[in-house]
Every structure is written in structure tokens, then in C-alpha cells.
Design a protein around this ligand. Structure first.
Ligand code: ATP
Ligand code: MG
Length: 452
């Protein structure tokens, strides 16, 4: 019979979202009240009478520059944590302090249980080498080394024998789309390709943590988007902890599980992309995000419900019709024994299969619409809306293993947009835009790729 029993609300959390707030268990990075003041006698800026002053006041009155102002955050294992802010807001200072390329003036930084603010130089160097890899905006490739030797540099430093390091590096190069380019030199590569070499160089050493300081900002918009997609794809596979710096809000929203917005050395807000856009905590963040369209931050996970009618491949059309009847809908999802999604069976096709004497649906897959594609829990409304408008059936949602984890109904999309728009008067303008967009989407046949 139908296998909906195992689907409950708990199953819907397919992607363990790191909890926001400070109390999550064992963060891999814990930054606690970190200050960085540039200039003479930086400590005096932290004296009680100065501590509340703004960056501008400190600069004009004391001639010191505040890089970081009492910054605290935690990063969970496997999370992509984005630090976003305008030029000069302290992003690079923060990553540099994280690995103590510069020393914080005050505060503590604990990485994987190690207090790195207390480490001696040698210990620190070894710790960095084994734990953290970095990708910079300027790729910093060595011009006289070919791609293979540039990318395998970290392994060379570790003393890994040549045959072994070349083998591993070749694997990584093909993973980042550079298979076949091993013998080329940096000058023979485009900017995007050079950045891929930079990424490969960071990945070969296989550290838990990847720090990326504006890695894509030197690239053309199109290449930049490709690199973002590539990073998302790689991350699904590698599950590293990534601290990603950017001054581009769209990039932050696209890549970040959580985002810290920095302003004048302080953290203005930390939250999920949805938090940042829908619940800005101050005017600064609100101004920053006011032009972001809701459809680009709301995702399937927000509105999906457990699948209502699921039929196993070994079941027949009679069982399918029964399940569809119970579900109040017009179709069922066909899944295999392990609940991996196979396709859509409409009520009409189930009736046809029954008349044709079909005994098992998996032996009569011509009745099943296998082209009816599933989306992932992270698919944005931008893609879901046109898709929902082009079909009378819900949209199936599967996880990375193709397990059916939910379904999205057109009405739920509209409700979520309306709800988000009306709970906060500021978003009424968005509601109008949403309605226009939905109307527009209805006339489209092809879902359009979201521009970021
Ligand atoms: N070595 C330094 N000496 C003095 N001031 C510095 C130094 N490094 C950074 N600062 C100051 O600290 C503040 C933060 O700089 P930081 O480089 O971290 O900004 P950022 O957010 O990375 O900016 P960008 O987007 O331009 O890279 C700025 O006001 C900058 O002038
Ligand atoms: Mg910077």
C-alpha cells in the first residue's frame, strides 16, 4: 500500500541547517569578542571611556583605525558561512585574524577546540597547514609552474612524494573542471580558469576549513555565476566548512547557509539568507537588502509538505488508484523500494494501466512520466513559480540521494509570498511585484534561470 507512513515532519529536514544563535553544539570556529585596532597603543581604544565610540570618532580623536569592533560568531561544521559587507567594513581583517596572519588586539578565537590566539608561531603554522586552506581574490599562481605543479604546491610543502601528489592533484583538477590542462602555464589560462587552479590548490590539501576572501570578484559576471554554481556543487560533495567573504549581497544569499553582515568593523546581523532579507535587525541591513526579491531567497523547504500519494514501483495500478483516491489529489509519485523518486503517475494513466492489465508499475514505466523532474529543498521560488504555473500537479522535492522528501503545491507558493508580504508592511511593494511576476510566469512555457 501507500508508503506515506514513514514520511513525517521530521523527515523534511533533509539538509541539517545549522542553528543560528550561540548555543549550537561544538562549533568548528568560535570567535568571541574579537577586536582589531590599527595604530599606536591599540589597547587604549578598548578602555572603558572609549569602548562605545564609533569607528569615525576613534579615528578622528585618537588616530587609530578600528578594523574589528567586538566581533563574535560561530561557524558550524559543514556550514558555508558568508561574511558580507562594503569595502573597509573589516572582512579581510576578520579572515586574517582567524588564522592569525595578523594578531587580534583582544578577544579569543577557537578553531576545532584549539585556542589559536594562544598558539606559538611554530604550532600555529602547523595547525594552519593541516586545518585550513585559503583561496584569495588574486590567485597568486606561480608563473613558471604549470597547472599541475601550482595546484599540488600544498602537498609538496607537506613532503608528499611526487607520484602520489600528482595523482591526487589530477583528481582534484578534474573535479574543478581542469582535466587536460595540467601542463599549461597560468598565462595561458583565463581568469576563471586561474581561479579554478587556486581552488584546486586549496582543495588538494584536504583541510576541514576553507577560507575564501572575495575569490570570484575579479571575474566576469557570467564566469562568476558559473564558479558559484561550481562551488555549490563541490560543497554538496565535500561538505567542508567554508568561510566565504564577499561584498556582493546576491553572492552571499546564493552561497551562504548563514550570513554575517559587517558594518564599520561590527557585525550588524547574523542570520540565514531568509532572516537577513525578511527580518533585518537594523536600518543598515534593511537598506542593504530592500531590493532583494523574496522569490530569490524563499526556497522549497519553506513550503513543501510530506508527499501525499506515494506508490512503490512493485505495486500495481489498483493500489495506485486507491492511494490517489485517499490523497484527494490527481496523481501519485512512483518511487523504488528505497523511496527514490522515479516519476509521476496521473490518475488517467493509472486507469489506463489498470485496463491494460498491468500488474506492477515498474514493469510498465511507459505509464509513468519520468520527465516530470524533481526539485531540491533549496530550489528558490524564482524557479518554482514558473514550474508550478506550467503544471496541474504538485512539484516533487528530492534530496541529494534522490529520495522523495516532499511536494510543493502552487497554492503554498502564493500563500508564502502573501504571508511574508503582509506580516510586514514594508514588503507590500514586494507583494505587488510578486503578483505581477506570477502572472508573467503563467504565460511562460520555459522556466527562466534566475539572474543573480
Ligand atoms: N594594516 C592596516 N593598517 C591600518 N589600517 C588597516 C590595515 N588593514 C586594514 N585596515 C583598516 O581596517 C578597516 C577594515 O579593512 P579590511 O581590509 O578588513 O576591509 P574589507 O572589508 O576587507 O574591505 P575590501 O572589501 O575593500 O577588501 C579599514 O578601515 C582599513 O582601512
Ligand atoms: Mg578585503
Amino acid at each position: 500500500m501507500a508508503t506515506t507512513a514513514s514520511q513525517n515532519g521530521a523527515d523534511l529536514e533533509t539538509q541539517p541547517r545549522p542553528q543560528s544563535g550561540g548555543q549550537s553544539p561544538a562549533p568548528i570556529i568560535k570567535v568571541d569578542s574579537v577586536w582589531k585596532v590599527f595604530g599606536k597603543n591599540p589597547e587604549r581604544v578598548l578602555a572603558p571611556e572609549n569602548i562605545a565610540k564609533s569607528k569615525a570618532e576613534i579615528q578622528s580623536q585618537m588616530g587609530a583605525v578600528i578594523g574589528l569592533h567586538d566581533v563574535s560568531f560561530e561557524v558550524q561544521r559543514g556550514e558555508t558561512f558568508v561574511i558580507m559587507g562594503l569595502s573597509g567594513s573589516g572582512k579581510s581583517t576578520m579572515v586574517r585574524c582567524l588564522i592569525r596572519l595578523i594578531d587580534p588586539t583582544a578577544g579569543s578565537i577557537v578553531i576545532d577546540g584549539n585556542d589559536i590566539t594562544a598558539m606559538a608561531d611554530k604550532e600555529l603554522m602547523e595547525f594552519r597547514r593541516g586545518k585550513i586552506a585559503m583561496v584569495f581574490q588574486h590567485y597568486g599562481l606561480m608563473p613558471h609552474r604549470n597547472v599541475l605543479d601550482n595546484a599540488s604546491w600544498g602537498l609538496e610543502v607537506q613532503g608528499v612524494p611526487e607520484a602520489e601528489r600528482h595523482q591526487r592533484t589530477r583528481q582534484i583538477l578534474s573535479m574543478v573542471g581542469l582535466g587536460g590542462w595540467e601542463a599549461s602555464f597560468p598565462r595561458q589560462l583565463s581568469g576563471g580558469m586561474q581561479q579554478r587552479v587556486g581552488l584546486a590548490r586549496a582543495l588538494v590539501v584536504n583541510t576541514d576549513i576553507l577560507l575564501m576572501d572575495e575569490p570570484f570578484s575579479g571575474l566576469d559576471p557570467l564566469i562568476r555565476r558559473q564558479m558559484q554554481d561550481e562551488l555549490l556543487r563541490l560543497q554538496e560533495e565535500l561538505q567542508k566548512t567554508i568561510v566565504f567573504i564577499t561584498h556582493d549581497l546576491n553572492e552571499a544569499l546564493k552561497l551562504g547557509d548563514r550570513i554575517a553582515i559587517m558594518h564599520d568593523g561590527r557585525v550588524a546581523q547574523i542570520g540565514s539568507p531568509e532572516d537577513i532579507v525578511l527580518r533585518p535587525e537594523d536600518e543598515y541591513v534593511g537598506d542593504f537588502t530592500q531590493d532583494v526579491r523574496l522569490e530569490s531567497v524563499l526556497t522549497a523547504s519553506k513550503v513543501m509538505v510530506p508527499p501525499k500519494a506515494t506508490v512503490m514501483g512493485h505495486q500495481g495500478p489498483r493500489a495506485a488508484l486507491h492511494t490517489i483516491g485517499e490523497s484527494d489529489g490527481d496523481a501519485a509519485w512512483i518511487v523504488d523500494r528505497r523511496e527514490r523518486y522515479l516519476g509521476l503517475l496521473t490518475i488517467t494513466n493509472a486507469q489506463k494501466a489498470l485496463r491494460a492489465g498491468v500488474r506492477r508499475m515498474d514493469e510498465a514505466m511507459n505509464y509513468v512520466d519520468r520527465e516530470y523532474e524533481a526539485v531540491s529543498p533549496t530550489t528558490s521560488f524564482d524557479l518554482l513559480i514558473p514550474r508550478a504555473m506550467s503544471s496541474d500537479y504538485p512539484i516533487p522535492v528530492t534530496d541529494a540521494d534522490n529520495l522523495l522528501v516532499g511536494e510543493v503545491h502552487r497554492s503554498a507558493l502564493a500563500e508564502a509570498l502573501a504571508e511574508t508580504s503582509t506580516t510586514d508592511p514594508d514588503y507590500e511593494a514586494n507583494a505587488a511585484a510578486n503578483a505581477a511576476l506570477a502572472a508573467e510566469a503563467a504565460t511562460e512555457t520555459e522556466p527562466e534561470q534566475a539572474e543573480s
